[in-house]
Structures are given as C-alpha cells and as structure tokens.
Design a protein around this ligand. Structure first.
Ligand code: GDP
Ligand code: IMO
Ligand code: MG
Length: 475
C-alpha cells in the first residue's frame, strides 16, 4: 500500500509527524485495531512492543476481518510490522497469524523476545485454579513474563534456532516447575476422561501425562519446527531499525495492547495483566520514547461504554437486561477467548485516571453507534466511597469494589446512519453526528479533561462502526 497524503485529510490536524503511540484507555477491547485501520494509510511502520497472544485486535477492511493477537495490526496493510523484545510470543500461533495477511514478509521480530511454551500455558491454568483467580486468557502470559523477569528461565526467539540450546532451556524450565506440572497433568487427565465419558469435545492437554522427558521432547520438537518457519523474520535489534526509520523521515505507529486499567503496576492490581500498558511504557519498550510527537502522539482509545473480561472490580457493571443489551448490540465477546465480556456504563472516573496515569492527550471514541440501541445511556461522573463523593480513583482494588457509581442520565444518542454520517462528516466534522451523540461526546471530553487534570485533552475522532473509515474526524 502506498502512503496517502496526510496534508489533505482531516486527520492532518491530529496525527503525529514522527512517532505516535495508541493504547487502550479502559480494560482492553476499546477498538485499537479499528483505529489502526483508519490511520494506516498515513503510516510507514507499525510496532507492537508488549503483551502477546492475550490480546485480540480486530481490523475490518475491504470486506475482510482480521484478528491480530501478536502481529501489529498494520500488517494487514502490507507495511513493515515490527515486534520488539518487550513482547512474549507463542511461536506456533504467531506463524499461523502471519498467514492471514497477503504478505507475511513485512513482519519482523526481535531475537530477544521471550517464548511462551506449552508448559507456561499449563502453569497459567495452574495459577488460575490454585491461587487468586484473575480470569486470565490462559495464554501463558504471566508465567512467560515471570521467566523474563527471573532471567534464568528465559527462552528467547534466538533459542528456537539452536536445537541443543532449546532442549537445555526447555528441560531447565520444565524441571524447575515439575511438581506443579505433574499435578496439573493428573487434573487434565481426569477432566479429559470425564469429557470423553460424556461425549464432549476433547480438551487440549498442556501438562505432562506420560513422563517428563517425553513432555520436554514434544515441546522442543514443536518449538524447533516453529522456529524454522519463523527464522527469516528474526532480526537482532529492532530498536536500531526503528530509530533509523524515524531519522529517515518515516511515520511510526506503536500499537499498545490491553488497556491502561490492566497495567501490571498502575492498573486495578492484582486483577491486571503481566505487562505495562501505559503510553509511556509502550513507547519505551519500542525504544522510541525520545522520538514521540509530544503534541499529537499520545492516543487513547475510549469505548463509549465500559467492558471488562475476567475478574476484578468494575464499578459501573450492569448485571441486568441493560448490560445484556449492550453485550448483544456491541457483540461483546472476547476476540481471544470467546468469553462474554462484562458490560457497564461509561466510567469517567476510571477513564480519567487512565488518561492521566497512562499519559494520554488525544482520544478516539468508539462504539457510540452501539449506544443508540439502549435508550437512555448513563455516565458515571463520580463515586460514592464509604459515604464520601469522590472523583479520585481508588488504588486499592478492595476499596474500588465498594465504590458506587453516581450516574448522570445522558438522553438518547440518536440513530446513526453510518454512510450518511461519514459523508457529511467530511464537511461538518462532529457536526454530522446526531445532536444526542454530539452532546455525549462533549460530555465525555469535558469530564475526562476536568477529572484527569489533563486540560488539553481532546477527543479527535469518533468511531461509528467496525469497518475502516466508519469514523468522523473533528475538523
Ligand atoms: P481491541 O482489542 O482494542 O483492538 O478491540 P477488539 O477488536 O478486541 O474489540 C473491539 C470490537 O468492536 C471489534 O469487534 C471491532 O470490530 C468492533 N468495533 C470497533 N469500533 C467500533 C465502532 O465504532 N462501532 C461498532 N459497532 N463496532 C466497533
Ligand atoms: P486487547 O489487546 C481485554 C485481561 C484478561 C484478564 C487479565 C489478565 O485485545 O485489548 P492475561 O491473560 O493477560 O494474564 O489476563 O487481563 N486481558 C484482556 N482483556 N482485552 C485484552 O487485550 C486483554 N488481555 C488481557 O481477561 O482479566
Ligand atoms: Mg481485543
């Protein structure tokens, strides 16, 4: 795809010149893939720098729907797509994922990126059944980031290419976690037999059921095979190529995964993911902090209502027919796990916290069209915590669990005719939206600026459908 001229587009006022980062500003699934599809024509290079197969980013373009988990969403647009060492990857899934794009050769991966093995996935399941239930995606994220952090158990992309070294590293990891893996193996065996008796679909066995040596060998064989297929995508140091690329005048999009409220350090701990998800951390993991456009390069994707997958406090959650309506109209089912997403009203307190702590300046509001099917949507403008009204986001998950949302009725957002709104939007910007939607966007913007203290925060575009271009840009 050739690069479109930005100067003649309504995006010109809003997009960055050098490097920009886009992250989710809630609990994930805000529509990061949709944003990437809109701005891809103006970009030269795409980057993913954290997370891994736990994410699912949807790109819908030219009649085709892509689900990206590890590969940057920009790969759908046949442009260089770089995966940096900050990620953790499942190599088999990665190879499969690359095959959905027309030209997989655009994808490169840093040789130091950590590998998720079947054993990491088994131990993710073990943690969920024998400790705090976080509701993880069971993709092995936590255990793989643990291996990275403890260094001694780290297996990298480079290790995949050397069979002997790989065998040593796999044996090292499996032996270190042998007791839990064998326990998990027994449990999986029982579940598999039970399911067989009941004529149910078999489950994928992730733990050792026939001895540790055979288990290690099966992991090595699988990983070595994947490594051979990925070998020509592996590069030594992605930060060299990215920094050179900026210096050559290219425009780069760094695509975050999950959402700021799932950040390992400043999210709703411990109900979070195992990597950092703020804009600053995501840029740093790409080696591009210094190159980011300070004015226009810090984007947060914000859903017009709230969703969350897995456990953890969710003050505006609707466990009633209104929540069910949102789930149905917004097709809120996990891109990675298929789990129904929990749904609720837009939470200005939580999102404003994410804007400030996650270093967002520009917002891209998605799925306002979904609200037209729920009558009178509400917005949470403050919390009542232990008898006190506050707009401060509690940092303790137990306190957040007690927070009661104070809700402001917003009135109907109006019916949005996508085609007509997009057409009129080219001339009128947000003026093309129904009055109710405009009011909603303005209220979200002013609440976020006010509560976060980020006084120059603005919503620069509003997404009104899942397909590329179903968007109104502020003029
Ligand atoms: P991501 O993880 O942030 O990329 O988001 P997901 O792809 O997991 O989930 C967002 C879902 O909403 C996807 O199915 C998108 O196709 C869809 N979507 C994105 N923006 C809009 C929008 O403005 N309106 C509607 N109706 N759907 C949208
Ligand atoms: P994208 O990039 C929504 C959630 C899981 C769980 C918690 C920890 O599509 O927005 P993990 O497997 O990471 O250890 O799970 O984080 N989670 C996501 N929720 N969207 C995602 O990614 C998510 N990635 C992880 O549901 O609650
Ligand atoms: Mg997603």
């Amino acid at each position: 795809m050739t690069k479109k001229d930005l100067a003649s587009s309504p995006w010109a006022r809003h997009l960055w010149d050098t490097v920009g980062v886009v992250v989710g500003a809630q609990w994930g699934d805000e529509g990061k893939g949709k944003f990437v599809s809109d701005v891809a024509p103006y970009m030269d290079v795409f980057v993913r720098s954290q997370g891994g197969p736990n994410s699912g980013h949807t790109v819908m373009v030219n009649g085709k729907r892509y689900a990206f988990h590890q590969v940057p969403s920009g790969a759908a647009f046949r442009k260089p797509s770089v995966m940096t060492a900050g990620m953790v990857v499942n190599p088999n899934l990665l190879y499969g994922e690359m095959q959905q794009v027309d030209d997989p050769s655009v994808v490169v991966i840093d040789s130091r990126t950590a590998i998720i093995t079947k054993a990491h996935r088994a131990l993710d399941g073990y943690g969920e059944t024998n400790g705090t239930t976080i509701g993880t995606t069971r993709q092995g994220m936590g255990p793989a980031y643990e291996s990275k952090a403890n260094r001694r158990e780290l297996i990298t992309v480079a290790d995949l290419l050397d069979r002997q070294r790989l065998a040593e590293k796999v044996a090292n990891y499996v032996h270190a976690h042998q007791t839990q893996l064998l326990e998990m193996g027994e449990a999986e065996k029982r579940i598999a037999e039970e399911r067989k008796k009941q004529g149910m679909q078999p489950i994928e066995i992730l733990s050792p059921t026939d001895g540790i040596d055979e288990y290690c060998e099966s992991i090595v064989a699988e990983l070595f095979d994947a490594g051979q297929k990925l070998a020509h995508h592996v590069v030594g140091d992605t930060s060299v190529m990215l920094q050179k690329s900026v210096n050559d005048g290219n425009r780069i999009l760094v695509e975050g995964a999950q959402g700021i409220l799932l950040d390992r350090d400043v999210g709703t701990v411990p109900y979070v993911t195992s990597s950092r998800t703020t804009a600053g951390a995501t840029l740093a993991d790409a080696g591009l902090s210094r190159y980011a456009d300070r004015e226009n390069g810090f984007w947060g994707i914000i859903k017009a209502y709230a969703t969350r997958v897995g456990g953890g406090p969710f003050p505006t959650e609707l466990e009633n027919s209104a929540g069910e309506k949102l789930r149905k109209a917004g097709v809120e089912f996990g891109t990675t796990t298929g789990r129904p997403r929990r749904t609720g009203w837009f939470d200005a307190v939580a999102t404003a916290y994410a804007v400030r702590v996650g270093e967002i300046r520009t917002g891209y509001l998605t799925k306002i069209d979904v609200l037209s099917s729920v009558g009178n949507p509400m917005i949470c403008v403050a919390y009542l915590v232990d008898g006190k009204i506050t707009t401060e986001f509690p940092t303790d998950a137990r306190v957040l669990k007690r927070a009661k949302p104070l809700l402001e009725p917003m009135g109907a957002v109006g019916k949005i005719n996508r085609h007509d709104t997009v057409m009129a939007g080219r001339r009128k910007g947000f003026g093309a939206l129904p009055a109710g939607s405009r009011r909603y966007v303005e209220r979200v913007e002013s609440l976020l600026a006010e509560i976060s203290g980020v006084s120059d925060f603005e919503i620069a575009a509003v997404s009104i459908g899942p397909w590329k271009g179903q968007t109104v840009v502020k003029i």
